[in-house]
Design a protein around this ligand. Structure first.
Ligand code: ATP
Length: 294
C-alpha cells in the first residue's frame, strides 16, 4: 500500500532522510517513533507529496507528487500542528467533505462522539478553537470519511482522557480495513494502538518490529489506587484522568482506557514511593457497556 524506496531528503546542507526503505500494508498499524528531529514529519510530508525527495514514494503504486489529488483522496491525515485557518468550523467541514466527496454529517457525528458539538461552533473561526477542540475537529475530518490510509502526526497529544478513549474506539472500528501510520516521539503514547513499531533516528530507520497485537482498543480498566498518604501533586496528576477520591486523597477510583494503560503506568511510576496498592481490572460485558455509555 505504501512503499518508500531509498528515500532521501535534504534541506540545504542538512540531510534529514538518509535512504529510507519501508513497505506498509493494509492492516498494519505503525507507530513511527523517534526523538525530536529524527525525520518523522519529513517522511510523512514526502508521503503526502508535499516535498520533492530523492528515491521512490508510492501509495498504491501512485507517485504522490504526480497524482496528488488521488493520493490525498486515499489518506485521512491529522497534522501535528493545526493549520492557522480563519475559516469558520461549519465552512471547514463543508469544504473538507466536499473535497473528498464525503458526507459532512459523518464528520459532525465523529466530532460529537469526541465531545465537540461542531454545530454549536459552526460560526467560530477554526483558529479560535482551543488546542483540544482543533485536534478533535481534525480527527473528525480525517475519520469521518472512507479512507484506506490514516496518517496521524501526534494525534492524541491534546485530547482529554475521555476523548482519547473514544479516539481509540474510532480507530478500532477501522483497524481491519486500513493501514495506519501514527507518529509520536513517545512510544508509550501509541504502543497499545499498533502492531508494528518503526523507530527513526537522524534520518534512518533504526528499528522495525512487529509487536504483539493483543490490546483491545475498546477496553476499559477499572482502577483503584491506594496511597500511603494524601499528596497534592499526585491529586493534580490523576484528576485529569477522571480519578476521584472519596476519602481525602488516600483511595482513588476511576476508569482508564485499555489502550492508555502504558501511559497511565508511566505516570504512576513517578509516584511509586507513594503507592500502597494498584489494581487495574478489565471491564467486561455489561459493565463495559455501562462505562462506555455513562
Ligand atoms: N522545512 C524545513 N527546512 C529546513 N529544515 C527542516 C525543515 N523541516 C524539517 N527540517 C529539519 O529536519 C529535521 C527533521 O525534522 P522533522 O520535523 O522531520 O523531525 P520529527 O522527527 O518529526 O521531529 P518532532 O518529533 O520534533 O516533530 C530537523 O532537524 C529539522 O530542523
Amino acid at each position: 500500500m505504501i512503499r518508500f524506496e531509498q528515500v532521501s531528503k535534504r534541506f540545504r546542507r542538512q540531510t534529514v532522510l538518509k535512504g529510507i526503505d519501508l513497505v506498509i500494508e493494509r492492516g498494519h498499524r505503525v507507530a513511527l517513533v523517534g526523538s525530536n528531529g529524527a525525520g518523522k514529519t519529513t517522511l510523512i510530508r514526502c508521503l503526502l507529496g508535499e516535498y520533492v525527495c530523492q528515491g521512490k514514494v508510492r501509495v498504491d503504486d501512485l507517485d504522490p507528487r504526480e497524482h496528488r489529488r488521488e493520493v490525498l483522496g486515499k489518506i485521512g491525515f491529522v497534522p501535528q500542528l493545526p493549520p492557522p485557518l480563519k475559516m469558520p468550523v461549519g465552512q471547514l467541514i463543508q469544504f473538507a467533505s466536499g473535497v473528498c466527496g464525503a458526507d459532512p454529517r459523518r464528520m459532525e457525528a465523529v466530532a460529537t462522539r469526541l465531545g465537540l458539538d461542531a454545530k454549536a461552533f459552526r460560526h467560530q473561526p477554526f483558529v479560535k478553537l482551543s488546542g483540544g477542540q482543533k485536534q478533535k475537529l481534525l480527527i473528525s475530518i480525517a475519520l469521518g470519511r472512507d479512507t484506506e490510509l490514516l496518517v496521524m502526526d501526534e494525534p492524541a497529544a491534546n485530547l482529554d482522557p475521555d476523548a482519547r478513549h473514544i479516539f481509540f474506539e474510532l480507530l478500532a472500528e477501522r483497524q481491519e480495513q486500513v493501514a495506519m501510520l501514527i507518529s509520536s516521539h513517545r512510544l508509550d503514547e501509541v504502543a497499545a494502538l499498533v502492531n508494528r513499531v518503526i523507530e527513526m533516528d537522524q534520518g534512518l530507520v533504526v528499528l522495525d518490529d512487529r509487536v504483539a497485537d493483543l490490546v483491545d482498543l475498546t477496553s476499559r480498566l477499572r482502577c483503584r489506587l491506594v496511597l500511603t498518604r494524601a499528596d497534592d501533586a499526585f491529586a493534580r496528576a490523576v484528576t485529569p484522568w477522571g480519578l476521584r477520591s472519596a476519602d481525602q486523597g488516600i483511595t482513588w477510583d476511576g476508569w482508564v482506557a485499555g489502550a492508555d494503560r502504558l501511559r497511565f503506568l508511566g505516570l504512576l511510576s513517578r509516584y511509586a514511593a507513594l503507592l500502597d496498592s494498584i489494581r487495574l481490572d478489565a471491564a467486561r460485558g455489561p459493565e463495559l457497556a455501562e462505562v462506555r455509555y455513562a
